[in-house]
Design a protein around this ligand. Sequence first.
Ligand SMILES: [Zn+2]
Length: 258
Amino acid sequence: MSFENLNTERLVESTVAPRDVVIAGDHSTEPDREARCAICGTPQSDAIGLPVRYANPVCKECDALAVNEEGSEPWEGYPPSERPETDDSVIHLEPDHGENPVYIAGVKCWRRYRFGGWITRRDAYDCSSLEEFREYHRLDGHPIHAFNVAQPGGVELTRESCGSLQDRYQCLQSIYEDAQSVADNSPSESAVMDLWDQLERLDSSITADLLDPDQFTPREVAVMLADELQSLLQTRLTASDSGAWITRAKLCNRYFAE
Ligand SMILES: [Zn+2]
């Protein structure tokens, strides 16, 4: 395995130095280096769904933030214009493809669609097609990892832009903890409604989705809040509209994790 064969001229600027590029499959050169997500830098042992056998792998949590060039959710299966008429008596098997490239925090990635799912890889060469991506991201037949560090470069995240998101996330976390602790006691109505109001100020789309608190006892409302916040705070692999900022805050948390 020789790094001299690595095409360095076209590597995008944010990649690591060529000698630090990890060649997956060649454990003899890098016995201790753990594979990391090419976007958030989370090591394999902490990452969720990191496809380490592929070039510049992207974890499932980062993948949930992918958009197309227009900023919308990438299509998969049939392109929107070719979707067949639905006929309940026929089961359509969707073809194994979907949109490419996709962008995560401003970074260009390519998806490999197969078996009804996909894996996502970060582009180190600013490729113009999937074929080109496949050709460039291998060295002696092995996939390369050109962003295998904590806080990979080129990702559109700054301490400033992340700061307020992370503060907001922290507030959500503390409302959750308070809701949990009051639910375990016999809460007063005012204590529970205070939490409700805090949550409404933080993100009114969350309280709008809940049942009318007037129909329940204070304890039931506290349990309802705790359950809802627990599911929002737990890892969600899809970014719903109301929870989109939470998914972005989690990316900040992973990227700037010590
Ligand atoms: Zn990631």
